[in-house]
Design a protein around this ligand. Structure first.
Ligand SMILES: *Cc1c(COP(=O)(O)O)cnc(C)c1O
Length: 386
């Protein structure tokens, strides 16, 4: 993949804007035409021309070209959030009476979409263990239209075998969709493995600076142009030209950021994996990971997100640990410059949020762009009494 070309040149027509190196923010809602003929032509081709910013905007279009290329996709659309992107992708593939097969432990709002929202419109979902391909295939019914994957998932980092899942979907005439937020297109490209639609929370690695919420859907021209003229234009969950410009800036450093987080997370997982306070480390490229071989087969790296199960049932002990950390912020989300911790206990005593797979000592770590040694020292100090 020619990242240098994609990130620095693709989609940028600098001679159209005074040779400016950084593309302009085309902050306009609509576009004027100099002849009735060109106006009429645009009416018939809203995706291919510039008429109205809910449809197509030049700043957003540069971003779309780069993101599609990074995912080896023909085209892409950008949305106001990752959840908006996922909802658009799923809704675009189902009608009343249809059925979806989805992996367990997908992102919480994906679950809500499938468990609570879509049933109101007559669309049902069966959830399966994504490691069990037989169960996955057995869950397919006569009206199943979509196979929804998330690999790795973002709490226990469970993987699905993507070429095998793509093959199952093809054999049964289903559209396969994957949430690829964890790996980013830098470390995993599902379309090259036969998956039909790739979604991202662009809020995470794609923007990478914790200052924008956005989402991405990548797919074939056919899928994207249909989605554009139906769900995308109807639901209108677009990003602004200004946000597109910010995301373009973030995207320029995607490889650098991914490599830095990946290298540091590897070092810190190695350290935690041998620490007496730790029961398990969940990081797909860590040698102790149950799906280690599959992870190496389909992901060229992991990035900065992993989870740790500490050996304790004590909420107090965990609280002391979090209070002792000075380099990690207590927060949701991930993919930015700053390192984070998300304790399981933060979800305790809240109706609908508690998860039996996340005991007291379970913590999700995100390793940002800081020096690994500094972060490791901070964790070491916080574990000094264990
Ligand atoms: C954050 C996240 C989402 C949702 O994205 P938003 O941009 O917050 O709407 C979806 N999937 C995964 C795996 C995520 O981490």
């Amino acid at each position: 993949m020619d990242y240098a070309h994609i990130l620095n040149h693709l989609g940028e027509n600098r001679d159209q804007y005074f040779g400016a190196v950084s593309p302009p923010i085309v902050q306009t809602s609509n576009f004027a035409f100099n002849s009735l003929d060109s106006f009429r032509a645009s009416m018939g081709n809203e995706l291919g021309t510039h008429m109205y910013t809910r449809g197509n905007n030049p700043t957003v279009q540069i971003l779309r070209k780069k993101l599609a290329a990074l995912e080896s996709a023909e085209d892409c659309l950008v949305f106001a959030s990752g959840s908006g992107a996922i909802a658009n992708a799923v809704i675009s593939q189902v009608n009343q009476g249809d059925h979806i097969v989805c992996v367990q432990s997908a992102y919480s709002w994906t679950n809500k979409l499938l468990k609570e929202f879509l049933p109101r419109f007559g669309v049902s979902t069966t959830f399966v263990d994504g490691k069990d391909l037989v169960a996955m295939e057995n869950a397919i019914q006569e009206h199943t239209k979509v196979l929804f994957l998330e690999s790795p998932t973002s709490m226990h980092m469970e993987l699905q075998d993507l070429p095998a899942c793509a093959e199952i979907a093809k054999r049964h005439g289903l559209v396969s969709i994957i949430d690829n937020s964890y790996a980013s297109p830098y470390y995993q490209r599902p379309i090259e493995m036969g998956i039909d639609i790739v979604t991202h929370s662009g809020t995470k690695y794609i923007n990478g600076h914790s200052d924008i919420v956005c989402g991405v859907v990548c797919a074939s021209h056919e899928i994207i142009s249909r989605m554009f003229s139906k769900e995308y234009m109807t639901l209108g969950g677009i990003i602004s030209p200004h946000d597109a410009s910010q995301i373009l800036r973030g995207l320029r450093t995607l490889p650098l950021r991914m490599k830095q987080s990946n290298a540091s997370a590897g070092i810190i997982c190695d350290f935690l994996g041998t620490h007496q306070a730790v029961e398990a480390v969940y990081y797909p490229h860590h040698p102790s990971f149950v799906q280690y071989e599959l992870a190496h087969k389909q992901m060229s790296g992991c990035g900065g997100l992993f989870a740790v199960q500490f050996k304790t049932d004590s909420r107090d002990k965990m609280e002391t640990f979090f209070n002792s950390l000075t380099r990690f912020l207590l927060a949701v989300s991930w993919g930015g410059h700053e390192s984070l911790v998300l304790p399981a206990v933060a979800l305790y005593d809240i109706p609908g949020k508690e998860n039996p797979d996340m005991p007291v000592g379970f913590v999700r770590f995100y390793i940002g762009l800081e020096d690994a040694e500094i972060l490791m020292e901070d964790i070491k100090n916080a574990l000094a009494d264990w």
